[in-house]
Design a protein around this ligand. Structure first.
Ligand code: SF4
Length: 224
């Protein structure tokens, strides 16, 4: 383990990254790239259709430590194209920027999955990213119906604008659960995105695996 990755001060922040899961090889987390995926623990939002609710709590310890992941990546140089930081919501953690710089310094391209809840932090890491998978949940006025988090819409749209301005390659995608994001809500989102100049929204079908079914049913009953 090179001392650089253990580090202290700023470098030590990467070692504090709480990692809730690690996928050594993935063909689907970054279209066209073979990557390893780091699933960061914690998310400030509470989408009822979340298929990885175990990653939502931010106050639990990670399952993998940073040194273990870095050691693995050291042995994958030249064998994978890049590393994706996913979640949960990776930008929730202050150590993300340092972790990204470390992995980039090892020669890997960097992808990020985010919903954009922290525009300021997102702006700081954008220069170190090669690709972003940006989850847009709904039109601004419907945001809280999906995230169950106050003020989430303006933050997400602010992050999206930053992403657009940065020139970083990205994919814009929305999860469609017909009972939570109705046809009229989806149309509203598409109109809003179109007005902002976005045309390539990828629709992802809701996947039931891993979902907290009780919570999902409760949310559906509340919106019915
Ligand atoms: S933003 Fe993603 S990780 Fe967070 S609750 Fe929603 S679906 Fe789950």
């Amino acid at each position: 383990m090179p001392e650089f990755y253990r580090g202290s001060g700023e470098q030590g922040e990467a070692a504090n990254l709480r990692i809730g899961g690690f996928e050594p090889i993935s063909f689907c987390d970054w279209p066209g790239e073979i990557v390893a995926t780091i699933f960061c623990q914690g998310c400030p939002w509470r989408c009822p259709y979340c298929h990885n609710p175990a990653l939502i709590p931010s106050n639990v310890r990670g399952k993998h430590n940073w040194e273990e992941v870095v050691t693995f990546l050291e042995n994958r140089r030249g064998l994978i194209d890049g590393v994706v930081f996913s979640g949960g919501e990776p930008t929730l953690q202050a150590g993300l920027a340092t972790a990204i710089k470390c992995v980039r310094g090892m020669g890997f391209r960097i992808g990020l999955h985010t919903g954009g809840p922290y525009p300021k932090r997102f702006a700081k890491i954008l220069p170190f990213l090669d690709w972003v998978g940006f989850d847009i949940k709904a039109s601004q006025c419907d945001y809280e119906k999906i995230t169950c988090a106050k003020g989430s819409g303006p933050k997400a749209f602010e992050s999206l604008a930053l992403l657009q301005d940065s020139g970083v390659d990205f994919e814009l995608r929305t999860t469609v659960h017909q009972d939570l994001l109705t046809d009229s809500m989806l149309e509203k989102l598409e109109r809003e995105l179109h007005a902002l100049g976005y045309s390539n929204l990828k629709l992802q079908k809701f996947r039931p695996d891993g979902v907290d079914q009780e919570r999902l049913n409760k949310a559906i009953n509340q919106t019915a």
